[in-house]
Write a protein that binds this ligand. Sequence first.
Ligand code: M6R
Length: 612
Amino acid sequence: MCGIVAYIGQREAYPIVLKGLKRLEYRGYDSAGVALLNGSGLKVFKKKGKVAELEDHLTGKDVRSHVAIGHTRWATHGEPSDRNSHPHASGNGKLAMIHNGIIENYSQLKQELLKKGHVFKSDTDTEVLIHFIEEIQQSNQCGLEEALRIALKRVVGAYVIVLVDEDNPDTLIAARKGSPLVIGVGKGEHFLASDASPIVEYTKEVVFVNDYEIAIIKADELILKNISNERQTPYIQKLDIELAAIEKGGYDHFMLKEIFEQPQTIFDSLRGRLDAKKGTLTLGGIREHAALLAQAKRIIIVACGTSWHAGLIAEYVIEELCRIPVEVEYASEFRYRNPVVGEGDVIIAVSQSGETADTLVAMEAAKEKGAIILGVCNVVGSSIARLSHAGAYTHAGPEIGVASTKAFTAQLAVLCLIGLRVAQEKGSITQQRFQHLLDELDTISEKVAVTLKLNDQIKTIADKYKDARDFLYLGRGYNFPVALEGALKLKEISYIHAEGYPAAEMKHGPIALVDENLPVVFVATHDSYYEKVVSNIQEIKARKGKVIAVVTEGDQTIPAMADDVIEVPAADELVAPILSVIPMQLLAYHIGVLKGFDVDKPRNLAKSVTVE
Ligand code: M6R
């Protein structure tokens, strides 16, 4: 939530920061702003709305500078408005700061500062923090770095902050706790951002700043210190993403591009791990923990949103293959209900971004209590990856569309591999079943490519139902979480109310909603629950509901009952969700586009939820 970007070096800073903000806009788009330092001092420009509005506002203005910070906001404290936009300035106007995170004790700090005569121009926690730093600087007669260190010792909450100081125009100061910060190291220049996407165009050498570190950045120098003022050695890593991966590549939207990338991203997530011909499965990231995993008393999957849905499918897969009890928890609930967890438990944290605050906090709590933590995330070097004892990356590449698509199918592929690997270690799977599932995974990306050919048909169905007020999504077994995911996708990007339900549970309440105006999407591929789902479809038809059914190719029964039928290739029920979710993604995408919405940046949402 919120994107931050900054530059210091010899180039013109504003175009770099502006382009970076556009790349980070998926993190929030309530407002945008920049602060620039040049010969005439510190200039701050900010505007409610998307980055394009800031760009229009600055057209024709003098934005020359070699030092700049920029921010794209997802509002937490204070409504979206010009005055609540970042950067925020100190009282004397000499310091400007951008912030991603939440200062939880801002109200107490604000009361103290008000008593000392500080005047605030916004409702934000960020402005309180910069005034607090200024207050310490003035009362302690110290430099900015020292004042920042003192201030951060009193701050409760999460932050990445970057500061510019009119009196020290050749230095940026940044600090991190709980929110992500990447520093790109160029020749005589540095780039700062919430993730690598604004940086990759200029340099592949990056430093991931750790919690409680402060960075002092000049054009040709990067100093890292911990909160006790001890120097740390910056660990420079090489990025392996290409610029093309973060651009639309001819598609109208990132979401559509990412849906269509799935044959490749699933393949990439399996590549090097699965060799169906040799019948082998290697997961380097969990090799050392495989025996412990096989002996786990219990596995708890913690995640949010779409990643939580992937976790629900993994629960079915792991219990089936490994016979280990699995619980799937919303990270936000798990953390705050004092869970019974400890040694012998394995936590699997699933996250695309690797930065979701609730998931991170849940992992920390379980780690403290002695559980083993595995991370399944997409962003290399992310906080969740670094907090885990072991794990496996999904190789879906950068996901920019706010609605998660390719990350979900990559998560399913990797979680399935983990289930198979643990089952193999535990001896809870026959060689024949193991080989069959390897073969199924080996062909799944080709089947995804076949499923994507349904795009035009799904667009026609989308047009037919786009004006519905509500949707119901139903499925059983492995397809129940797919129904939840279908409903979430539709809500997110078309703003149509949608409910996902286990198909049988529908009789216990939601059936009251069914009438001739209600489209009901059934995820009804051929699996062990099939006959039961057929009965559920009949129950809906008996009440005149409109049935859109996702079925297995060649199904003879459901097409005779349903109003619209989408046929996907046949697959083992364990891996079938990777296919059956594709029509869900496309249906939501087309309805959102047909209704005229910005599907890549749905209202009120942000890609990376870095606040609890
Ligand atoms: O980055 P994460 O996978 O941890 O994010 C979790 C959710 O915030 C995310 O899946 C969200 O629900 C998406 N908008 C769903 O499309």
